[in-house]
Ligand binder design. Structure first.
Ligand code: G6P
Ligand code: ZN
Length: 543
């Protein structure tokens, strides 16, 4: 096993986005492409030599090949110990858990999250730091800068390791431990929730469907829900992870989790439904005939947190990404705790969690999480809901009605315009940016603009500054429109338009969200000139 140094030349565009470097599999399959990026990471991580590194991914096509490549490079770069999930598998939250539990310097996570997989799908790689969370921008900027100057990478000439057998082995001078990808995570979940109360709920006949979408959470959900909590066999559907997710889009939302939505809105619907995405960090929550928007889910969990053992002492504070609705702000105000508004991207919650300023946070993009790891966590959110439902003895619909009756209802929706030419998207944003300063006080579509600005963020813990994080137009009646370009797309630009409409206590709480939001959606399209700039008359995805 000879360490070798291979000459290379830089690839363009190895700039990590909202959540790591995400590209088509075909791009990653180019010789040296993955190697360049991995070496760029390794060159920037202080203390890598002699440290423990966690490696795992969501099992999508190219995962196994990439894990073998990274193991060889880790050994050649002096890593002392690699901890790998069996079969190269670790869900994103489980990777975060393992990094923290085993005192690793960080982890390399292979995933393109909810993007489709397979030879024609997407692949991705990101580095999580020692706290278990996505590398902060200062680090990802350094990786990118390095990728532009890279001239060589280090690897070993060695055969593939057997990653399907648990236990220890060696690769060059590096120890390799293949671990059960579920064990550490399941143990952590048991320490956070009232497992006995949830077990009792299932024993009383409560019925649930969890859609793993043929992605990584299948084995996690089967172990925790069916084996440890006694949910009936068959509670987990699409539970076998497949390299191409069965040809589906492993994104838990109303558009992509069709089978689950049909069950929850069909005859003889179960009490509770949930789904997770490709790498297990997202969640969607449904009740019988009810969809819980992620923004509402965060608010409801905040309001009921003390029913869960992990939070019985109360919450320190909460946070949401800027486009997430302000439903949780109203809960925080009532509880008298801080509520932070951060840019999109889980990494922005990291400093707040590490500093103990918050212990619950979430995003409109179906992400919810807490301080137990430094990633959003799909199955954790499902268990949190189960714990709250068990403790409160209410159905999802009853809990939502109670919540809206206390805090008012915030209708929420998002329109995505995908794969639009980058120049068209940039022109739309630039034009709207120019309009913002003159909007306050004007009437638009029967509503008066209270404030309009471009969101920028100064991290209150480390002082780092993030500019240009989305355009927002707030109205006097509490409604709001937000525009931003996605940081996770892999072709062209994706324009996201977010709407919220607030109905106070005693207001109209029984409307269908798309109906309630139609006037705002029309106004948003008009105000930004979406058709004029993009030629699109309707969004590709409306959630
Ligand atoms: C990933 C990130 C989230 C983010 C979401 C959407 O899931 O982890 O933090 O909210 O992508 O990001 P985008 O930039 O595509 O709106
Ligand atoms: Zn994900």
């Amino acid at each position: 096993m000879v360490p070798v140094t291979c000459p290379t030349t830089p690839f363009d565009g190895q700039k990590p986005g909202t959540s790591g470097l995400r590209k088509a599999v075909k791009v990653f399959e180019q010789p040296r492409y993955l190697e360049n990026f991995v070496q760029s990471i390794f060159d920037c991580v202080d203390g890598l030599s002699g440290a423990t590194l966690v490696i795992g991914g969501d099992g999508r096509y190219h995962n196994r090949t990439a894990v073998q490549t990274i193991l060889r490079m880790a050994a050649a770069n002096g890593v002392a110990r690699a901890v790998v999930g069996r079969g190269g598998i670790l869900s994103t939250p489980a990777a975060s858990c393992v990094i923290r539990k085993r005192g690793a310097i960080g982890g390399v996570i292979l995933s393109a999250s909810h993007n489709p997989g397979g030879p024609d799908g997407d692949f991705g790689i990101k580095f999580n730091a020692a706290n278990g969370g996505p590398a902060p921008e200062s680090m990802t900027d350094a990786f990118f800068a390095r990728s532009k100057a890279i001239a060589e990478f280090k690897t070993l000439e060695s055969p593939d390791l057997d990653l399907d057998r648990l236990g220890g082995t060696a690769l060059g001078g590096m120890a390799v431990e293949v671990i059960d990808p579920v064990a550490d995570y399941a143990e952590l979940m048991e320490s956070l929730f009232d497992m006995a109360a949830i077990r009792k709920l299932f024993a009383s006949g409560f019925r649930m469907v969890f859609d793993a979408m043929h992605a990584v959470t299948g084995p996690y959900a089967t172990e925790i829900l069916e084996r440890r909590l006694g949910a009936p066999a068959g509670t987990v559907i699409n539970g076998t992870p497949l390299e191409d997710f069965g040809g589906h889009h492993p994104d838990p939302n109303l558009a992509h989790a069709e089978e689950l939505v049909e069950r929850l809105f069909g005859p003889d619907a179960p009490d509770f439904g949930a789904a997770s995405d490709g790498d297990g960090d997202r969640n969607m929550i449904l009740g019988r005939n009810v969809f819980v928007s992620p923004s509402d889910s965060l608010a409801v969990l905040a309001a009921n947190a003390t029913h869960v053992p992990a939070f019985k002492g109360g919450l320190a504070g909460v946070a949401r990404s800027m486009p997430t609705s302000r439903a949780v702000d109203r809960v925080a105000a009532k509880l008298g705790i801080s509520c932070y508004e951060t840019p999109t991207g889980w990494k922005f919650f990291g400093t707040l969690l590490d500093a103990g300023r918050i212990n619950l946070c979430g995003e409109e993009s179906f992400g919810t999480g807490a301080d137990h790891v430094r990633e959003k966590d799909g199955l954790w959110a499902v268990l949190m809901w189960l714990n709250v439902l068990a403790a409160r003895g209410l159905s999802v619909a009853e809990l939502m009605a109670e919540h809206w009756g206390t805090y008012g209802r915030t209708y929420y929706g998002r329109h995505d315009y995908e794969a639009i030419p980058q120049e068209a998207a940039d022109a739309l944003i630039a034009e709207l940016r120019g309009k913002l300063p003159s909007l306050a006080g004007t009437a638009l579509g029967g509503r008066t603009v209270a404030a309009a600005d471009e969101f920028a963020y100064t991290d209150p813990v480390d002082g780092s500054r993030s500019e240009r994080q989305g355009l927002r137009v707030g109205f006097e009646d509490g409604s709001r429109i937000v525009y931003r370009l996605s940081g996770t797309g892999t072709s062209g630009a994706t324009l996201r338009v977010y709407f919220e409409r607030y109905e106070p206590v005693g207001g109209e709480h029984g409307l269908d969200a798309p109906v309630a939001l139609k006037p705002l959606a029309d106004l948003a399209a008009e105000l930004a000139g979406i058709e004029r700039h993009t030629g699109r008359t309707k969004p590709d995805v409306a959630t």
